[in-house]
Design a protein around this ligand. Structure first.
Ligand SMILES: Cc1cc2nc3c(=O)[nH]c(=O)nc-3n(C[C@H](O)[C@H](O)[C@H](O)COP(=O)(O)OP(=O)(O)OC[C@H]3O[C@@H](n4cnc5c(N)ncnc54)[C@H](O)[C@@H]3O)c2cc1C
Length: 382
């Protein structure tokens, strides 16, 4: 394909903003269409946890690139990366999680990750968290968190500096052959390529354009609790819940509904059971009693093999979606990789396993949450 001169990017979340910026930096004329406001999609609901604790080589290479860039951005504008170890643990009696965790740590270490296992006592000596119910933990050092809203603000500014044209308030549809976008069914200006970075709406946009992708939205929940917590990020693999430090105290989540959600009709408020159970879980692990400051739900995107969908779906039409809850931390790398591919750079390429055309788009598959130490295929990863 010829290198596109004019590119339309659909969606100003973490991914669309990064891709738009990186394309513009590489010389493309970019127009970014956002139907609401930048960051108003799932990026504005993300917990902002970042780490490189992956067991698969491709995940490791993407996370490595992303973490390097996040660190380099820290301190720019109002964006800060808060270095915070990532602890993932299996509780007593959960032998399956403990075994998966042991295997995952071994494979992370094979890929050069700074990750080690810790017993309950070792964990308790290092961190101010309850550990007497812990069978085994992994501790990843190359980890932390950032405020997704600050990332959005930074990239809006960076996009503006590189000449990206913003079309905020324009809900567009996608056109193929030739690639383009339409507003109220009318094609806008001509484009050489379109990047669909519309999060969980990417599937319906591409279905309407005639190119379905294998993406299912599923609902997750989170809350911010006011309390005093200075510990690490903790993922409890037995309960499948997480918490991380937050300026107010703690940000915690789980509540994954492993069923397909309707991206246009879903409950944005957190469930009572989620708030109750999560406060309880925080109190147990962080040994502090939080009060809820705010709680919310959001949607993540699942794919059949848990790899994202990044690349060309048909001539000049690209997608970047399907993050299994990792889209914020991966955005800095995905932007570079996808922009590199469009701009024909030989040294930067989206990994082949992310090719969206590996699926027909009509597959039936179960939603599997991404934040786990166990994998259905016994491949301990993500
Ligand atoms: C509760 C929760 C916690 C999370 N925690 C983490 C975490 O700790 N770490 C992590 O890495 N990830 C996390 N995630 C996942 C993360 O939020 C997403 O993977 C990421 O934000 C996806 O970014 P995106 O740019 O692809 O999509 P979005 O941020 O959803 O952006 C898509 C944009 O497209 C726009 N759009 C849609 N349709 C159109 C249209 N027709 N025309 C124009 N614009 C359109 C939307 O308005 C939206 O702004 C979490 C998600 C949730 C819900």
């Amino acid at each position: 394909m010829d290198v596109p001169e004019r590119v339309a990017v659909v969606g100003a979340g973490a991914v669309g903003l990064t891709v738009a910026h990186d394309l513009a930096t590489g010389g493309a004329r970019v127009t970014l269409f956002e139907r609401d406001t930048p960051g108003s999609g799932m990026t504005g609901r993300a917990a902002g946890i970042c780490y490189d604790a992956y067991a698969e080589d491709i995940d490791v290479s993407v996370a490595d690139r992303a973490m390097t860039r996040i660190r380099s951005l820290s301190g720019t504008g109002g964006f800060t990366f808060h270095e915070t170890p990532y602890v993932f643990l299996a509780r007593d009696g959960d032998d399956a999680a403990a075994t998966a965790l042991t295997e995952a740590v071994e494979r992370m270490r094979v890929h050069g990750r700074d990750v080690s296992t810790a017993t309950a006592d070792e964990l308790g000596e290092r961190f101010p968290i309850r550990t007497d119910d812990v069978a085994l933990a992994g501790v990843a050092e190359n980890a932390g968190w950032a405020d997704p809203a600050a990332y959005v603000d930074l990239f809006v500014e960076k996009c503006e500096q590189t000449g990206v044209e913003f079309r905020v308030g324009d809900a567009v549809s996608v056109r193929a052959d030739p690639p383009g976008v339409a507003l109220d069914d009318e094609r806008t200006d001509a484009f050489d390529a379109v990047v669909v970075a519309a999060g969980v709406h990417s599937r319906s946009l591409l279905v309407d354009a005639g190119y379905p992708i294998a993406l299912k939205p599923y609902r997750v929940q989170a809350l911010v609790g006011t309390c005093d917590y200075r510990g690490p990020t903790v993922y409890d693999a037995t309960a499948e819940s997480y918490l991380r430090p937050h300026p107010a105290g703690v940000l915690a989540g789980d509540g994954v509904e492993p069923v397909e959600a309707d991206p246009d009709e879903w409950d944005e408020t957190a469930d009572d059971w989620f708030v109750r159970d999560t406060l309880d879980a925080v109190q147990q692990r962080a040994e502090t009693a939080p009060t809820v400051e705010r709680a919310w739900a959001g949607l993540c995107g699942a794919t059949p093999d848990r790899n994202p969908l990044v690349g060309e779906v048909t001539d000049g039409v690209y997608v970047a979606s399907g993050w299994h809850g990792h889209g914020f931390m991966w955005a800095p790398a995905i932007g570079e990789l996808l922009a590199g591919e469009l701009l024909g750079k030989t040294d930067v390429a989206v990994p082949d396993p992310f090719d969206p055309r590996r699926f027909d788009g009509d597959e039936s598959f179960a939603v599997v949450e991404g934040m786990t130490v166990a994998d259905d295929d016994a491949e301990t990863t993500r």
